[in-house]
Design a protein. Structure first.
Length: 260
């Protein structure tokens, strides 16, 4: 877990954030952005929602769909929804009393002012997030047992029994069922990832295939049926999916309001 945390922390400084551009174009002034479902541990989208809220002069964290006990997270109003199916690098879980906390490292705060509250609370609890990921662990604020990360490992046998993760999955499926359009980027839909595939099928099964946008990068610009990832989606949703091969960055740059 510490190795994953360290690698993500290092790479966060080099990644160009295209989520902000997309979410700004998908969000009308005064409204909240559409719900986001993520399979990633990183907090790029999380911080993007915080920044978007700040630019709208709103003070609030995204709603993660789980019972986070950290007081500075619970108090402010929420802005946007993000359901992280595989956990998050800024979550810390106590397996003894099932308390879930959120933290932030100094490097992960960026320029978003609201994160100062979380960081101050982490310091009071005995160090920032990076220190709490150390090899010796960190005590729970309630029962003093050692907390652990919430990161569902990318293996064939994934363990989703964490009660907070179960709640996230339930709300993610509900969000999919309520969707009128869906944009899926960066997910190849491998056939051994049956839990996520069934989630998408159950949630988006009633949507017309043309309302499901799939963004992939293919320099050959092959049709969906001739591309391994596109073929996977065609088998699940049908050949009429809205298939894009320009990659996420180019898709975001060419997206125009009103298109979806």
């Amino acid at each position: 877990d510490y190795a994953i945390f360290a690698v993500i922390e290092y790479d966060l400084h080099k990644i160009e954030n295209h989520y902000l551009t997309l979410l700004q174009r998908l969000t009308l002034p005064g409204d909240e952005p559409p719900p986001i479902i993520s399979l990633n541990y990183d907090i790029i989208v999380d911080n993007t929602l915080l920044l978007l809220a700040e630019r709208q002069n709103r003070f609030g964290f995204p709603d993660y769909g789980c019972d986070i006990a950290t007081e500075s997270y619970r108090q402010p109003p929420k802005f946007g929804k993000i359901y992280k199916l595989h956990g998050s690098m800024n979550w810390l879980y106590c397996p003894a009393c099932q308390r879930l906390d959120i933290g932030t490292s100094r490097s992960g705060r960026g320029t978003v002012k609201v994160l100062d509250m979380i960081y101050a609370e982490e310091q009071h609890a005995g160090g920032d997030l990076q220190e709490r990921y150390g090899c010796h662990g960190s005590p729970c604020r309630d029962c003093r047992a050692y907390v652990s990360a919430v990161m569902i490992s990318p293996t064939h046998l994934k363990d989703y029994r964490n009660p907070h993760i179960s709640q996230v999955w339930y709300l993610a499926e509900r969000a999919l069922r309520q969707a009128e359009r869906a944009i899926i980027a960066g997910y190849s839909m491998p056939w051994d990832d049956v839990d996520v595939i069934y989630l998408l099928k159950r949630g988006l099964g009633e949507l017309p295939a043309g309302a499901i946008t799939v963004v992939e990068y293919d320099p050959q610009n092959r049709p969906a049926r001739q591309h391994p990832v596109g073929n996977n989606y065609c088998k699940v949703f049908g050949e009429a999916i809205d298939w894009h091969t320009e990659g996420f960055e180019s898709f975001v740059k060419s997206y125009q309001p009103g298109r979806l």
